[in-house]
Write a protein that binds this ligand. Structure first.
Ligand code: HEM
Length: 113
């Protein structure tokens, strides 16, 4: 189970890299889009996060439920916004900034809460 937990955490971090990296590379572009790295990264975060919770709770380790609820809510907002905008040829910079901010916020919550 320890190996499953480590593999899932690894996938979770790869998802974060894809989501954040997919946005970061566009930071200076005039027209920003939800690229496939962002979309798949966002979906991967929700899936791998939920599986991580299952594996960790299965090891009888208690996790902070409030922290998880906040992370899940933020991740769902990011995933839904990425999904809805995945085929658009450009997204408003406010929306794009919000996606980046929420993603970084969730990483901050994971580490500092
Ligand atoms: C944009 C979405 C997300 C980002 C950027 C993110 C980021 C991170 C990061 C950087 C870590 C490693 C740091 C650490 O272990 O302390 C982590 C761990 C973890 N995340 Fe996420 N996460 C996201 C979504 C989620 C979701 C939706 C869930 C489940 C509800 C979740 C559950 C977990 C769990 C259980 C761990 C492992 C904690 C541990 O090993 O003690 N994450 N996350």
């Amino acid at each position: 189970m320890d190996l499953a937990r480590d593999i899932l955490l690894f996938i979770h971090l790869v998802g974060f890299a894809a989501l954040f990296g997919g946005a970061f590379v566009q930071i200076r572009d005039d027209v920003k889009v939800v690229n496939s790295a962002m979309l798949h990264g966002a979906l991967l975060q929700v899936l791998s996060g939920l599986l991580l919770v299952g594996v960790i709770e299965g090891q009888d380790e208690r996790l902070d439920q409030t922290k998880l609820a906040v992370k899940l809510a933020v991740a769902l907002v990011v995933a839904v916004l990425c999904w809805l905008n995945r085929r658009k040829e450009g997204v408003p910079s406010g929306l794009f900034g919000a996606l980046m901010l929420l993603t970084v916020a969730n990483a901050g919550i994971a580490v500092f809460w």
